[in-house]
Design a protein around this ligand. Structure first.
Ligand code: TGC
Ligand code: FAD
Length: 392
């Protein structure tokens, strides 16, 4: 079993911007990742399996709905706490962070924000405790970047809704008990419905053959005349803005998470470069290695500052969707570039599971695509600064 030697870089003394509570939350999550994730992750990654046994531990460390009010089972924490938790989880593995992001921002968030009190009381405490795991169905086979074109639909049948259609690329779908599903009604208006495992006609086939995010379970959601009780419709918001509002929260968490993956790659590369001797010297003594490391820490530091400021704005309710897109896009791309450079510093060893680099690199190829692709986020920024949308 490998030892996790991770040491977090903090070149601009960012810790001074954090409260004692923030630091405690980060240390608790970091210690949990070192104990529960680092020793097992390579094995689960290789066998392409989500480590189901960690779900209770994830709940206990508080990463399911950390900002959801305590009366619904959450921890009532602020946005920076949430971000720090996502950073630490993704330092362990993007797939583990994915499970927490989906549960918190894509399942608990819409039930909290768009659901009624009965729905909050029924679902949120069980989701916070990890007794139930949720998933989020927006993407369809023919509608990825353009979710507004979705064809999944429901019809009002008097005492229930009849749901038909299919979603794909859904994180956690193979084992989730509940799915927040976005579908159009007979007028073509998008609503969220909570679909529960066991409803007749509802199946969740697993997607195999992924070379990325292998320690996360991905699957489809198939609805074949599923009778959904009327009380499972989320009544307080409709339209594409409803799922996009959840994505704002999840994309914010990813902006922090990507820093975790980047820090792990940088930390490993820095240590390796001081230990690896070539031409009679540590490779860290060569200018080209130093250039790589210096650029890595520069980019990590810029991302830390951007994301911390975004967290402050979110705490104040002032962060815009455009700012969140910019941070998600910048930080994921930054992490992917750092993973590639770190791989080079590790030479041949960099392609093995002895080091976390290649796993982070492969994971980040999903992270740069899901929750809005790299290019879609660029276009969101373009639309925000010009006032002109260029998607269509
Ligand atoms: P558009 O006409 O621009 O907007 C439709 C309505 O939505 C509002 N809106 C938002 N509301 C809240 N938050 C946002 N970020 C919003 N962006 C837009 C907008 O104001 C409008 O409201 P209204 O009242 O006027 O109707 O929509 P569009 O069809 O032109 O599309 C815009 C576009 C391309 C930016 C959007 O569709 C998009 O973001 N596409 C990317 C799709 C995406 O991100 N999918 C993610 C699926 S979930 C996932 O990947 C989970 S991975 C989880 C994991 O494992 O971690
Ligand atoms: P497409 O939309 O087909 O895009 C293909 C390419 O075309 C991209 O490069 C894109 O940037 C480009 N493109 C598209 N439109 C434009 C345009 N207007 N201008 C310029 N370029 C454009 N979805 C969920 O709903 N729930 C989940 O839990 C979930 N989990 C996922 C887990 C994994 C591992 C992965 C890989 C995906 C997941 N997704 C999930 C789906 C994800 O959100 C979509 O893959 C993503 O939104 C992109 O959609 P697409 O793959 O259909 O690509």
């Amino acid at each position: 079993m490998k030892t996790d030697h991770f040491q977090s870089p903090d070149y601009f003394l960012m810790d001074e911007l954090l409260s004692e509570e923030h630091k405690l939350i980060r240390e608790t999550t970091r210690a949990w990742v070192k104990k529960e994730i680092s020793p097992i992750i390579e094995e689960y990654y290789e066998k392409a399996e989500f480590p189901n046994h960690i779900l209770k531990g994830l709940a206990e460390v508080g990463v399911f709905g950390p900002y959801i009010p305590q009366k619904y089972g959450g921890a009532g924490l602020d946005q920076i706490s949430y971000g720090l938790m996502m950073q630490e989880l993704e330092r362990g593995d993007s797939g583990i962070r994915s499970t927490a992001s989906v549960q918190s921002s894509l399942v608990m968030y819409p039930i909290w924000k768009y659901g009624n009190e009965d729905q909050r009381k029924k679902f949120l405490p069980k989701l916070a405790s990890g007794e139930w795991i949720g998933c989020f169905g927006l993407t369809e086979p023919d509608h990825g970047s353009n979710p507004g074109g979705m064809v999944t639909n429901f019809k009002d049948k008097g005492d229930h809704y009849l749901l038909n259609g299919a979603k794909m690329w859904i994180s956690n779908s193979p084992f989730a008990q509940v799915a927040v599903v976005w579908a159009k009604n007979e007028e073509g208006r998008i609503w969220g419905l909570v679909v529960e495992r066991g409803m007749e006609g509802f199946t969740t086939p697993e997607t195999h053959g992924k070379w990325s995010l292998r320690a996360s379970a991905t699957g489809e959601l198939v609805f074949d005349n599923v009778k959904v009780p009327k009380e499972n419709l989320l009544p307080n918001k409709s339209g594409l803005g409803a799922p996009l509002g959840c994505l704002d929260s999840a994309r914010y968490g990813i902006a922090w998470g990507a820093i975790g993956a980047a820090m792990d790659c940088y930390d490993s590369a820095l240590r390796y470069s001081k230990e690896r001797i070539q031409f009679g010297k540590p490779i860290a003594s060569f200018q080209l290695t130093q250039k790589k490391l210096a650029e890595m820490i520069t980019e990590i530091t810029k991302a830390q500052l951007l994301t911390w400021r975004l967290g402050v704005l979110r705490n104040e309710g002032r962060a815009s969707s455009g700012q969140i897109s910019m941070a998600k896009r910048n930080n994921v791309n930054m992490a992917l570039q750092i993973a590639r450079e770190a791989r080079q510093i590790h030479g041949a060893m960099g392609i093995t599971s002895e080091y976390p680099i290649m796993r982070h690199m492969m994971n980040l190829e999903s992270v740069i695509t899901y929750e809005g692709t790299h290019d879609i986020h660029l276009l969101i920024t373009g639309a925000d600064i010009t006032g002109i949308e260029s998607f269509k």
